[in-house]
Design a protein around this ligand. Structure first.
Ligand SMILES: Cc1cc2nc3c(=O)[nH]c(=O)nc-3n(C[C@H](O)[C@H](O)[C@H](O)COP(=O)(O)OP(=O)(O)OC[C@H]3O[C@@H](n4cnc5c(N)ncnc54)[C@H](O)[C@@H]3O)c2cc1C
Length: 223
């Protein structure tokens, strides 16, 4: 599938505040999504709005999410108006006054209609994409059972109405504070995967999958 940018921002995904930090290029948005692990998916339900953290995967020009059919969000319908947000915090920005403290970050907001994937082959392929987003284990692990498959709803959200915002700089202080006594700077934040810990009930001596070994020490899920 094409990775060319298909659209610019829509009126509602045009960043107004901090527009110098906005990115709409599909490649850039995809690279941020590739580095993340969890998306927060917001939807309006009969109970009111709910935002749930979820795993996700990116395939072509769609972002894929899945959940139990009984999950509050999935129960809301098979066609949902959603807002999906993914955030990576890269650092704490300490200014000379706390009012100007900030964070360095890469964030993506995707707005659109999520639709259920019903075609069995496509649904299975989508489940693999979501599973393999962090560690490609789908092809070497036990395949899902018929019941796992039936209990899971997979939704596709088009990546066309999306924006990214990126901050990657030091504090922005006021002139009156520049000669003052207060420290200012950035405290970087990096998340890395640790050494794999075998399950307490692991039987025999199965080898640690290469996809798992490869994670240790890497940043987020990037190899
Ligand atoms: C880690 C982190 C912490 C933040 N903390 C604060 C905070 O404490 N207070 C605060 O006011 N803001 C904070 N922000 C910024 C916040 O996400 C919004 O960008 C900002 O508040 C402007 O909101 P708005 O509704 O006025 O944006 P507008 O510019 O009016 O938003 C219009 C459209 O721009 C896009 N957009 C807006 N924000 C983002 C984003 N972050 N990423 C991708 N697309 C976006 C969306 O498509 C949105 O529909 C934080 C951001 C991050 C990533």
């Amino acid at each position: 599938m094409s990775t060319e940018s298909t659209t610019g921002p829509s009126p509602r995904t045009t960043v107004r505040r901090g527009k110098n930090r906005a990115e709409y290029d599909q490649e850039h948005i995809r690279s941020i999504l590739a580095a993340g692990v969890v998306a927060h998916v917001g939807v309006t339900t009969d109970d009111g709005p709910i935002v749930l953290p979820m795993a996700y995967g990116v395939r072509g020009e769609e972002i894929l999410i899945h959940g139990a059919v009984a999950n509050a969000m999935m129960k809301a319908g098979r066609t949902l108006d959603v807002c999906l947000t993914m955030t990576i915090v890269d650092g704490l920005v300490i200014a000379r006054t706390p009012f100007h403290n900030s964070m360095n970050y890469r964030s993506v907001v995707v707005r659109g209609i999520a639709t259920a994937i019903d075609d069995p082959a496509d649904k299975m392929a989508a489940l693999k994409v979501i599973n393999d987003h962090v560690a490609p284990l789908w092809d070497t692990a036990r395949a899902p059972s018929e019941s796992d498959y039936r209990k899971t709803l997979v939704l596709s959200v088009p990546l066309t109405e999306a924006s990214a915002k990126v901050r990657g700089e030091g504090p922005i202080d006021e002139d009156i504070d520049m000669e003052g006594p207060h420290w200012a700077g950035v405290v970087p934040l990096t998340s890395t995967w640790g050494e794999p810990e075998p399950a307490a009930d692991l039987r025999g001596t199965p080898a640690v999958p290469n996809a798992v070994t490869a994670l240790a020490g890497t940043i987020a899920h990037q190899p």
